[in-house]
Design a protein around this ligand. Structure first.
Ligand code: EPZ
Length: 433
């Protein structure tokens, strides 16, 4: 699949933000531990969710999907045996680790393969789980976790890993005494997982702070929960407005969870006007100002997932900006592709210097990961001429209906199938040169 985008247009209108990918994935995994019926609303229709649902179905659980409402009945007995190819489709099956340990007392998972962002180690997950009493071995390339029992107590994360915090929170509900977690991740998705688990009957508090307190239980009940909206999708469409010199209104937008992106855009001269707690109007200035330095940090710092999005917005700012990527060791996959559009970006280690240019031009580019792909869409929308973006399956993993949402605000974008791309668009692009 490919996107063909004709840039240079002012956009206008309203974008409805979808449910959060990074909140719904651990929550879907956590439905395994309740053994009850869970009704989840505001689930984004994205391929990562589809893959997770396929895994839950493989476990034998009854799942129904009705638009953005997903119902999971995990009352059936099952075993955590999932074929490798099914797990690998999700890219990172590690989100199931805590739920398998809790529900089944053991887990056998293939370690997350390295992805475009780097190695994606899981040492922090395994370190805390082993301290809690999980026996960890490796068999036939699989990580095997077996736990006769999980001990209550106080545990500390060496780094506030989002996935490790989620896995330990879910596993800890099976412990033999209260669990205190220190230095956990504080991302809004952690708070949403806590709120879901509380809705299902768990006694958890402190998510979003430096200390999470968990009173273990095996008694859950049916529940209905609405997943929080996606703060990174919100940042994406804020960047679209800023980069294309447009005015856009975003609804269902969790503005309080994306304050660092708002602050960065305001420093660039963008007007971010809250209308309601979850509605915001973003008005771009005629000329964007550069940013001295933005450093990605664990929440509440500037989110690494918004780094590529902000970079795309800085491409035409009047002057030089600097971004430092502190979270992932390889999260500049978008740079070489943006340079094909005329961007002037220089990367030295984890620091990128972006020198604004007056004009970007359309090009044939390749999405290398989810947010890098979104960055290319933003740049293509403000470039002159046509761009063809390959490998948009990366984008489809995490953005619901991106093409429809962009078309609705006036963007000239279309999804091309393989055959369409071979005939029409490449000629169009060649005509441009
Ligand atoms: C989650 O990934 C998100 N994914 C990522 O979003 C996000 O970028 C990341 O958190 C940081 O906010 C989901 O929620 C599905 P981490 P996760 O564990 O849990 C290192 C997107 O674009 N680390 O906080 O994998 C790790 O290598 C995706 O939506 C260890 O060294 O992130 C990385 O450098 C991309 N050992 C850093 O910590 C470990 O055991 C942050 O990882 C675990 C992590």
């Amino acid at each position: 699949m490919k996107y063909l985008i004709e840039g240079g247009r002012k956009l206008s209108g309203t974008v409805k933000i979808s449910g959060s990918k990074n909140a719904v994935l651990p929550i879907l995994a956590a439905t395994i531990i309740t053994g009850k019926k869970t009704v989840l609303h505001n689930c984004p229709r994205i391929s990562d969710v589809d893959c997770t649902i396929d895994i839950l179905r493989h476990l034998g659980y009854e799942i129904t999907v009705d638009g953005t409402t997903v119902t999971v009945d995990s009352s059936k007995e099952s075993t955590p045996e999932v074929p490798r190819e099914l797990m690998e489709r999700l890219r990172s099956s590690i989100i199931f680790l805590g739920a398998f340990i809790n529900r089944f007392g053991y887990a056998k998972l293939y370690p997350p393969g390295g992805c475009e962002l780097g190695k994606r180690p899981i040492d922090i997950h395994l370190c805390v789980l082993s301290e809690m009493g999980v026996n960890i071995t490796e068999e036939n390339c699989r990580i095997c976790c077996h736990t006769p029992k999980l001990s209550g107590g106080e545990y500390r994360f060496s780094f506030p890993s989002v996935g490790a915090t989620e896995n330990v929170m879910i596993a800890a509900l099976r412990a033999d005494g209260p669990v205190i977690l220190k230095n956990p991740a504080k991302e809004p998705e952690i708070v949403d997982l806590q709120n879901f688990l509380r809705a299902a009957g768990a006694d958890i508090s402190g998510a979003g702070t430096d200390t999470i307190r968990i009173i273990p239980t095996q008694e859950f009940h049916d529940c209905e929960y609405t997943v929080c909206s996606d703060r990174i999708e919100t940042a994406t469409y804020m960047a679209v407005a800023a980069a294309t010199g447009s005015t856009l209104t975003l609804t269902n937008a969790p503005l309080r969870d994306i304050t660092k992106m708002t602050e960065a855009l305001e420093q660039m001269g963008v007007y971010v006007i809250p209308k309601l707690p979850d509605m915001v109007t973003v008005i771009a200035p005629r000329q964007l100002k550069p940013l001295n330095m933005i450093t990605t940090m664990p929440h509440p710092g500037f989110p690494t997932d918004a780094q590529a999005l902000l970079m795309a917005t800085l491409l035409k700012a009047q002057g030089s900006s600097m971004i430092v990527e502190n979270i992932f060791e390889n999260r500049y996959n978008h740079v070489e592709e943006l340079k094909k559009m005329g961007a002037a970006i220089f990367v030295n280690g984890n620091t990128a210097t972006i020198n604004g240019v007056p004009v970007l031009h359309g090009a044939e580019v390749y999405a290398k990961d989810l947010r890098a792909g979104a960055s290319l869409v933003i740049a293509a929308l403000c470039a002159e001429g046509r761009s063809l973006i390959h490998n948009v399956h990366h984008i489809e993993r995490g953005y619901e209906n991106m093409i429809e949402k962009l078309q609705k605000i006036g963007a000239n974008v279309q999804m091309l199938t393989e055959s369409e791309q071979n005939s029409e668009s490449v000629c169009l692009l060649k005509d441009e040169k």
